[in-house]
Design a protein around this ligand. Structure first.
Ligand code: S3P
Length: 446
């Protein structure tokens, strides 16, 4: 799982419009949680539409190592037989988290309130990412940690049972930190309380309730307050995973930028804590129409019809950042081709994702001929006004730093370029969107 895959360089070039219909794979956040919660429910949880990317497979392997049975049947349905809250087994080997921050941080929460210990390891990208943000609250609950310098992986976690219920105010807007504490709270007697000054994706809350945990969400002084009652008994569920808006984002921007495009992206999850990109793109003049709005697996979903549009620059309100935190790399590509100035700010968290996404995207788009200014907490663009980007110079390629979203965003930039964009490594795309290149080829009639 740790990126032993050899680098796979590729040049993405322009021309053919995106047309017809594509269906993006299942939501990554919901897929991780389906397996984790299924593994804690006694009985069989069935999951359809699970994202079969490397990150989610790392979660599945870890839950197997802690006693659950997690299997895929031939029709693509996944079946999880759980062990029950409080009954996770001691893993016999290190848990290899590959590239996946979500697996790591959420599983740290699960292990923290069980009487087991686990060693967490990951690839070069994950091993640089800060884990102090989960070590702090989980230590307050009684777990102990031996981390690598700077609070990074490899890391040994010794869980404790009974753990101590805490009240924790999130110092960073992070659904991963929130979820780690909620999952630790599941096996902690009493009530664990989270205070969330800035709301983040709420899949954990929705799904914990769906599995039968007692969880209340209220408001105090304009802040969200989430209370989970411990020693929960989870009931197995049938889950249908909606399509991932973060994957749909690449196709939406590609269709907006490539002349002649008219594409329907089916089954896109539009949970309000995730969907801000589509609003920002509409503010920029993007023609994005919602067709057949409905509910799938307790989440709002629609098909999105996206047509080539002339985009104009905007100032992106930092208040929307948590609801599109993973979508900035591809928004930057749209900004690079819009008419006029696009300003983004409040993006400090982008520096601690799979790569430093501000520097990585500023460098990559500059190499492709965009006009970008990097600031401490955001990027500012002078767009081309719809003209294609020149593309990467002969012999040069953009560096993706083991970051799937940099690779996919720059692939989209390549479609909207004159000479194409060479990407040093597309292998990381398999962490979240293994069918990306095949779907792109089908939308372009290849
Ligand atoms: C995720 C939360 C976000 C996001 C990540 C998935 C989740 O991370 O970037 O891709 O499933 O909870 P942060 O909580 O670090 O913002």
């Amino acid at each position: 799982m740790s990126h032993s895959n050899p680098p796979s360089p590729k040049r993405f070039t322009g021309s053919a419009p995106l047309t017809g219909r594509v269906r993006v794979p299942g939501d990554k956040s919901i897929s991780h949680r389906s397996i984790m919660l299924g593994a804690l429910a006694v009985g069989e949880t069935r999951v359809t539409g699970l994202l079969e990317g490397e990150d989610v497979l790392a979660t599945a392997a870890a839950m197997r190592a802690m006693g659950a049975s997690v299997n895929r049947s031939e029709d693509g349905t996944w079946s999880v037989h759980g062990v029950g809250v409080g009954s996770l087994l001691q893993p016999q080997k290190a848990l290899d988290m590959g590239n996946s921050g979500t697996s790591t941080r959420l599983l740290m929460g699960l292990v923290a309130s069980h009487p087991i210990s686990a060693m967490f390891t990951g690839d070069a990208s994950l091993s640089k990412r800060p884990m102090g943000r989960v070590i702090d609250p989980l230590s307050q609950m009684g777990a102990t940690f031996e981390a690598s310098p700077g609070g990074t992986l490899p890391l040994m976690l010794r869980g404790i049972s009974p753990a101590v219920p805490i009240t924790y105010r999130l110092p960073v807007a992070s659904a991963q930190v929130k979820s780690a504490v909620l999952l630790a709270g599941l096996n902690t007697a009493g009530i664990t309380t989270l205070i969330e000054p800035v709301p983040t994706r709420d899949h954990s809350e929705r799904m914990l309730r769906g599995f039968g945990a007692q969880l209340e969400v209220g408001e105090d002084n304009g802040e969200r307050v989430i209370r989970i009652h411990g020693e929960a008994d989870l009931k197995p569920q049938d889950i249908v995973v909606p399509g991932d808006p973060s994957s749909a984002a690449f196709f939406a921007v590609a269709a907006l930028l490539v002349p002649g495009s008219d594409l329907v992206i089916e089954n896109v999850g539009l949970n309000p804590t995730r969907a801000a990109l589509f609003d920002v793109l509409r503010d920029m003049g993007g023609q994005i129409e919602e067709l057949d709005r409905r509910e799938v697996g307790g989440e709002p979903v629609a098909d999105l019809r996206v047509r080539h549009s002339d985009l104009i620059g905007v100032e992106v309100d930092p208040a929307v950042v948590p609801a599109m935190v993973d979508e900035f790399p591809v928004l930057f590509v749209a900004a690079a081709l819009a008419q006029g100035t696009t300003t983004t700010s409040g993006l400090d968290e982008l520096r601690v994702k799979e790569s430093d996404r501000l520097t990585a995207m500023a460098n990559a788009l500059t190499l492709a001929g965009a006009r970008v200014e990097e600031r401490e907490d955001g990027l500012v663009f002078e767009g081309t006004g719809g003209d294609p980007l020149p593309g990467t110079p002969e012999g040069a390629e953009v560096t993706t730093h083991l970051d799937h979203r940099i690779a996919m965003a720059m692939a989209v930039a390549g479609l909207a370029s004159r000479d194409g964009v060479a990407v040093d490594d597309t292998a990381p795309i398999a962490t979240s969107f293994p069918t990306f290149e095949a779907l792109l080829a089908s939308a372009r009639g290849a």
